[in-house]
Design a binder for this molecule. Structure first.
Ligand code: FE
Ligand code: FE
Ligand code: ZN
Length: 284
């Protein structure tokens, strides 16, 4: 189990490795484009090559991209759907070019229309994206906290998308805060066992390729997306001991997306806590 974090990449993609090294991250997630804008800069082949070299030299891998927050495959606006599939496709091409595993992204929100109503559109969009992008980049669906009709707060919804699309390139990233806020009590041994059995039954554990390791500012089932530093939230340090001891996560990279003690994002103290827990529970 590698431990790492979402890190910034402003000033050039390879600068992510400097930020990673500074906090002791063994694996990273970066944005391939500004998260709150549709506009993106073109990344040149030499920058992609430099990234691959830096990844090999530092040994900091796997690398994941996180897609823009504007993506919404469940939208009722055709223009936003087109922009969403374009952005996802661009990120997947970039992932392939820089040697990242794939793109973790939020499926989007049906804004109350209902998941079932939007599933055919989501399926069609993802099939198109699969066709338009390199085979070596995974499309990684992230579970949601459930606020505002966001898709994927129930594992069954992610399972339904994966079954509908029917591609090995579809994977899942489990965000611990989102899951906890959606009512999955990962901090409790029995409930975690139940959740991971459900995951395996509905989705298959082989599709679980990343964890977003975040404590939760809000209570179990609170339905809101609010990350907290490890040990300072409702999941707590004991909860992360339960999570990291579970065999389902043994080979899965843990990526922090916490506020940080100085509110500057994932930091060394948070990485160090996860490392200590990993050592304690013998999760290698
Ligand atoms: Fe996310
Ligand atoms: Fe996340
Ligand atoms: Zn979140």
């Amino acid at each position: 189990m590698k431990i790492g974090a979402h890190v910034g990449a402003s000033g050039g993609l390879t600068t992510a490795f400097e930020r990673a090294a500074a906090i002791g991250a063994e694996t990273i997630q970066i944005f391939g484009a500004p998260p709150q804008m549709w506009r993106r800069r073109k990344i040149r082949p030499d920058e992609c090559e430099a990234f691959r070299v830096a990844m090999a030299e530092t040994g900091i891998e796997p690398v994941f991209l996180h897609g823009p927050y504007l993506i919404n495959l469940a939208t009722d606006k055709p223009e936003q759907l087109t922009k969403s599939t374009d952005a996802l496709s661009e990120d997947l091409r970039l992932a392939s070019a820089i040697g990242a595993k794939g793109v973790i992204f939020h499926v989007g929100s049906h804004k109350g229309a209902g998941f079932a109503k939007r599933l055919p559109q989501i399926k069609k969009a993802l099939k198109q994206v699969l066709k338009d992008t390199p085979d070596d980049a995974w499309i990684i669906l992230e579970n949601s906290a459930g606020q505002g009709g966001s898709v994927g707060s129930k594992l069954e919804e992610l399972a339904a998308i994966i079954a509908a699309v029917g591609s090995d390139r579809l994977k899942v990233c489990l965000d611990t805060e989102h899951a906890y806020a959606a009512g999955y009590n990962l901090a409790d041994g029995d409930a975690l066992e139940e959740t991971m059995a459900l995951f395996d039954r509905e989705i298959g554990l082989s599709r679980l390729v990343a964890v977003h390791a975040n404590d939760s500012k809000i209570e179990l089932g609170g339905g809101v997306d609010r990350h907290e530093n490890i040990g300072e939230g409702h999941i707590g340090r004991a909860g992360f001991e339960v999570i990291m001891a579970h065999p389902a996560f043994r080979e899965v990279p843990f990526l922090l997306e916490v506020p940080g003690l100085e509110k500057e994002g994932p930091d060394k103290p948070n990485v160090d806590i996860l490392r200590k827990i990993r050592a304690k529970v013998g999760a290698g």
